[in-house]
Design a protein around this ligand. Structure first.
Ligand code: FE2
Length: 212
């Protein structure tokens, strides 16, 4: 029998995209070195995605999630780091599906150098959550955040996609773009909610906060 010659020489083998239907979605999933998907799979017209950048005491939680999903997200965070290791909470905009879980985070985090990071227009709205945690704007941070000696988050404004002050974050060492809701949307095909359980996530590509 003739053997399968495999892919042409010099051509990378591209693995199939990871799916939320995969059993591994019950746990934190490392989608790039020390970058973890920590979302909660919900049966809804859209699916939000939270991410953790593992960095010891400077760990970063990106778009934490809602009051419905935050408990599952924090359980997945605990699989990787302690809650007290979370220093930064990057919130790309103030929609409740990505930001309302800050209430629970606010009650859990005890370290006094922890901070929420957002753009000034989202900060105006996040203020109404009446949180104890301080908020630093990306403007105040100079549009970047040093995570550790090797890694940096660079913030880029994406006006009106889909909020006036929406922005995305680019992690330099893995070339991962946390694309927030840039490609988000609703998906009600087949006449019911829940057709949006796909999320292709790996290093060197966009890691969205929402998929549809
Ligand atoms: Fe949104």
């Amino acid at each position: 029998m003739k053997q399968d010659p495999g892919p042409p020489r010099g051509q990378d083998v591209v693995p199939p995209p990871w799916s939320l239907d995969d059993p591994t979605a019950a746990h934190a999933v490392e989608v790039a070195p020390r970058v973890w998907w920590v979302g909660d799979v919900v049966d809804d017209p859209f699916q939000s995605h939270a991410y953790l950048i593992e960095a010891g005491r400077n760990s970063v939680l990106i778009d934490p999630g809602s009051s419905l999903t935050i408990a599952a997200t924090l359980d997945k965070v605990r699989e990787v780091v302690d809650i007290d290791d979370l220093r930064w909470f990057v919130v790309h905009h103030a929609d409740p599906d990505v930001a309302d879980g800050l209430h629970q985070i606010d009650a859990l985090v005890t370290r006094d150098d922890a901070s929420i990071v957002s753009e000034w227009r989202s900060a105006v709205l996040l203020k109404h959550l009446a949180l104890r945690l301080p908020l630093a704007t990306v403007e105040e941070l100079g549009w970047s955040l040093a995570i550790d000696a090797e890694r940096e988050l660079r913030f880029l404004l994406t006006p009106y996609l889909h909020f006036p002050g929406a922005f995305v974050s680019f992690e330099t060492s893995t070339a991962s773009l946390f694309s927030a809701d840039l490609f988000g949307g609703f998906n009600r095909h087949d006449g019911h909610a829940g057709g949006c359980r796909r999320s292709a996530v790996s290093g060197r590509q966009s890691l969205g906060a929402e998929s549809g």
